[in-house]
Write a protein that binds this ligand. Sequence first.
Ligand code: PAF
Length: 279
Amino acid sequence: MEIIRLVAETKAKISKFKEEGKSIGFVPTMGALHQGHLSLTEQSVKNNDITIVSIFVNPTQFNNPNDLKTYPRCIEDDLEKLSKYNPDIIFIPEVEEIYPEPDTRVFNFGQLDTVMEGKNRPGHFNGVAQVVSKLFDIVTPDNSYFGQKDFQQVAVIKQMVKDLKLSVNIVPCPIIREEDGLAMSSRNMLLSDVQRKNASKISETLFKARNLAAELNVTQLKNWVVEEINKNPYLSVEYFEIVDDTTLTQINSWDEDNVKVGCITVQVGKIRLIDNVTF
Ligand code: PAF
């Protein structure tokens, strides 16, 4: 496990691996690693000759400066966790390495960026596309691994790969949950004990909603989920949408012939948590 901080050094290493005909797996992260990130790393190590994990808190994807400031950073702890999976390179660049000058690119993802997280965090996915495209350019991976908790992010990145005609294969990986069902997230560590305890109500309600879909229509179910979660004084639903898994357009009826995903964002005090379930 080699730690590299410079773009040029990373590129040189990778071009050597490529000359040797080795496949490259890539796991981009912002650190504060949990079992979700480690499961991506494990899969990459299993399915590629070389695995690179990046740890970079990308400033351009934070539309809220306080969120960027408080985003958890714990590199030593991250490195210890990663060492158990033995990826080949951990790429930990400084902001100036990734953005020697400001990135002024504006991506157009249409509908994918105007709903849910895109609507509620303007500029967020543009920042994600900026950094992921730069990282792909440096790492030139064959396969790149992303958690399905960030369901909309996966859709946006797949679209970006298509638009930029990149040859990387995007591998979505299942949500990893805590024992009580809460989707693992780096932000969970920012919750107080009482907030953390109550946050399990989010996944609990989504799982119940899956069963209730046989009895309630789409609108009734959406209202039920929002009311149920908002009953808890620690939780406040920002949105709950049930969407087509590819276009992210809203579903109006269970009869529609597509894969339906219920996506939620809940404010727990100052912390925003997201989760989703497939119906
Ligand atoms: O999902 C994340 O942690 C980030 O959005 C990503 C993909 C590493 C880009 O900064």
